[in-house]
Design a protein around this ligand. Structure first.
Ligand code: UN1
Length: 496
């Protein structure tokens, strides 16, 4: 199909999905009241309803999963992989109808929604293939794994977590982000259709209390979490209070926040820097944990870079993603909007120069934050991750590179890091000092590719192993053959 035909097909599917009453409810059924889920782009568009799980249902789901664990663990790795491969095929076929739901529930632009489905498909196929390798007779799954996923990749990360745990032979209790339960429910329905039994994969929509109950319960034998560093630390402290029946610690795979920096020296190509910064900082309205938060520019080229950046920012289109050409959509909730806006106001109040692109009139109804650039004089001005379309710019002197790298490392976060330079020695020097999980040279900081660029951090940014990488499934097993190179990865971090 030509681009125009594809767009027409997608636009038609989008219109159709507006008429669908999507719903998410825990299994088995509930008598709790249904709550409306609304589109963050205008807060009126009713996307569907969610029925949140009660604590009795969470308990029943844990029992069901616990009872199903032995029979699922006894299936062959190939059988489990075949289910995931079928789910991947179904997801590809259903892509047109899911795009509208992702765009409306998560406020994503069309290209981001397409990327989201493609990444979910990649995760399913990648972990399916990885799982086929787990034939050794003494490989043993953990049992019941709790997966707690974020709203910023409501399909891709949700599906990735679940697929990995299932491929390793575990039963899964999936707690989707409270902001995006509907797309998660679609992913679960599709996995059931692909052959995963109901008791083996259950969805438990709800607030933090649902996750807290799941994590605290001794029937949970492993946790996969993507979200804030604070919540990851809380989960880690709860899990540290008990051991699994085999006497080993309850494994946690956590992928959390960052204070991601891009260092640009005076040899870099400014046009390329500007293009990469725009994508890194403002794609997905900055709501990626990989997103660029601090652009560090050598002072000789800072004025030129900032001027071009501000010009390029004005070319982006911000608005409701139902206009398919929109580059930047809303942030996820009114609370997120208020928090990011308060940060911008605080920085302006502290005397830092703030530049932002004006919001079009049709953004007034939704949770929008204008793409913003804030010039800071010191990294210490940033005390927390700002999860939105806000880029901080810091100038550093020609002889200040080592000090800058020390300061970036001292934030304790270590997720993504970028460097733009045309000097080979600088590349070697900087990457030998950078601590981030994903280091990108002369390109943007986002869009890691499953299987090709595994994604994850350490320090305050997570525990490893990286998602979409070869070590991930091992953390979801309780036993592996002891031969060299096949040991369980147990390294954990977050303790700060
Ligand atoms: C996240 O935002 O929670 O590389 C992580 C990327 C994505 C990041 C996902 N895979 O941009």
């Amino acid at each position: 199909l030509s681009n125009d035909q594809q767009l027409a097909t997608i636009a038609a599917a989008l219109r159709e999905s507006v008429a669908v009453a999507w719903s998410a409810r825990p299994s088995p059924g509930s008598d709790a009241p249904a709550q409306a889920v609304r589109n963050p782009a205008d807060r009126r568009d009713l996307v569907g309803y969610v029925v949140e799980a009660t604590s009795t249902q969470v308990d029943a789901a844990l029992s069901l999963a616990h009872d199903a664990a032995a029979s699922w663990a006894a299936t062959s790795p190939d059988h489990r992989a075949d289910c995931l491969m079928r789910a991947a095929d179904l997801l590809e076929v259903r892509m047109p109808s899911l795009l509208g739901l992702i765009m409306r529930e998560a406020g994503k632009s069309l290209p981001n929604a397409v990327a989201e489905v493609r990444e979910a498909v990649d995760f399913l196929r990648y972990y399916a293939e990885q799982g086929r390798g787990l034939h050794a007779p003494d490989c043993a799954p953990l049992g019941v794994v709790t997966c707690i996923s974020p709203w910023n990749f409501p399909l891709a990360i949700f599906t990735g977590q679940v697929a990995a745990a299932l491929a390793a032979g575990n039963c899964v209790l999936a707690k989707p982000a409270e902001e995006t339960p509907l797309i998660a429910a679609q992913a679960v329905a599709l996995l059931h259709e692909a052959g995963v039994p109901l008791g083996v994969l259950q969805i438990l929509p709800g607030q933090g209390a649902v996750g807290a109950q799941l994590v605290a319960d001794a029937r949970t034998r492993g946790v996969v979490f993507t979200g804030s560093t604070d919540v990851a630390k809380l989960i880690q402290s709860v899990l540290a209070k008990r051991l699994n029946p085999d006497g080993a610690p309850v494994p946690l795979i956590a992928e959390t926040g960052g204070q991601n920096a891009l260092v640009v020296d005076s040899s870099a190509l400014t046009e390329q820097v500007v293009a990469d910064v725009l994508v890194s900082a403002f794609d997905s309205a900055g709501q990626r944990c990989s997103a660029l938060r601090v652009l560090c520019v050598q002072e000789e080229v800072a004025g030129r870079t900032l001027a071009m950046l501000r010009g390029a920012l004005r070319e982006l289109s911000i608005g409701n993603p139902d206009r398919l050409s929109v580059d930047i959509g809303p942030v996820i909730t009114p609370e997120a909007q208020a928090g990011i806006t308060a940060h911008i106001d605080r920085m302006r109040g502290a005397g830092f120069a703030v530049h932002h692109m004006p919001l079009p009139a049709d953004c007034a109804e939704g949770s929008f934050v204008p793409p913003t650039i804030i010039e800071i004089s010191d990294l210490a001005a940033l005390t927390r991750e700002v999860f939105g379309p806000v880029l901080h710019v810091l100038r550093y002197p020609r002889d200040g590179l080592d000090k800058l790298l020390t300061e970036i490392n001292a934030t304790g976060f270590a997720l993504t890091f970028g460097l733009h330079t045309r000097i080979d020695e600088t590349v070697a020097r900087v990457i030998s000092q950078a601590r981030a999980g994903n280091i990108y040279v002369n390109r943007n900081l986002i869009g890691a590719v499953v299987g090709v660029q595994p994604f994850g951090g350490h320090g305050l940014s997570g525990t490893g192993p990286k998602a979409g990488g070869p070590l991930y499934l091992r953390r979801l097993l309780s036993k592996l053959p002891a031969e060299a190179g096949f040991a369980l990865g147990r390294e954990q971090d977050l303790s700060g």
